[in-house]
Design a binder for this molecule. Structure first.
Ligand code: ADP
Length: 214
């Protein structure tokens, strides 16, 4: 991600105001307004231009883009794609037992498992509650295959690497689920290549505001 900051300093706020009122205005002229040197302002001008508040046109000067902080944030979020944020999927075969699935969930440190068939294509999803439900009662969890308890195709909601992250977030809310498999279409079915979850969305949110990868 770029090095721009979302939170502006007092001086940067002043610079925006000066540009708004005097555009087009050169860096030299902005510096004069503030009784500072052009060199002192250089980093601030770079930040304001990179963050999208100001537009720099060579040999003309700086313009105010007219965008508010929230408009700039919106623009940034709308560029976020699933592929930039997806994490590694954790999968089990559809003939694995519920016991194996629970172990895999702990070992993989995930809340959602994706189930794959003999072609290594997506056949189901297992949530924590799916596994808890199957564990109630006294059945031998080694004897119950996951394909009996999973949510199965074609009822699985998926996303693709080039989808917008915000669409994925909306889907998680609308469907009231914790995660989505990121898939690639193949002749045999959907190959699971990633995973996006509520944690992914939290990470993107923090990255957006603090502008650092978390
Ligand atoms: P939990 O059940 O632990 O609260 P979820 O809210 O993710 O976790 O799951 C709710 C139900 O939706 C479960 O039965 C699960 O199998 C199913 N589910 C989870 N993810 C998906 C998905 N991407 N597509 C379809 N169903 C899903």
């Amino acid at each position: 991600m770029g090095g721009e900051k979302v939170e502006l300093s007092e001086r940067q706020e002043k610079m925006i105001k000066i540009v708004k009122e005097n555009e087009p205005i050169t860096g030299e002229q902005i510096a004069e307004h503030l009784n500072l040197s052009r060199a002192t302002l250089r980093p601030d001008l770079a930040i304001l231009t990179m963050a999208g508040y100001l537009d720099a046109r060579p040999r003309v000067g700086y313009f105010f883009t007219g965008k508010t902080g929230s408009e700039l944030l919106t623009e940034k979020v709308q560029q976020y794609k699933i592929k930039q944020f997806q994490s590694v999927p954790v999968v089990v075969k559809d003939d694995a037992s519920v016991y194996d699935a629970i172990s895999t969930m702990f070992l993989g440190d995930v809340g959602t498992l994706f189930v794959i068939n003999e072609h290594n294509c997506l056949s189901g999803v297992l949530s924590r509650k799916d596994l808890l439900r199957a564990s109630l009662g006294n059945q031998d969890l080694n004897k119950i295959p996951v394909h009996i308890i999973m949510t199965r195709m074609p009822n699985i909601t998926v996303c693709r690497p080039d989808d917008l992250l915000i669409e994925g977030a909306k889907t998680l809310i609308d469907k009231q689920i914790d995660g989505l498999p990121v898939v690639k279409d193949t002749p045999k079915g959907l190959q699971v290549i990633g995973r996006v979850t509520k944690t992914t969305m939290t990470r993107a949110f923090v990255e957006l505001i603090l502008n650092e990868q978390v």
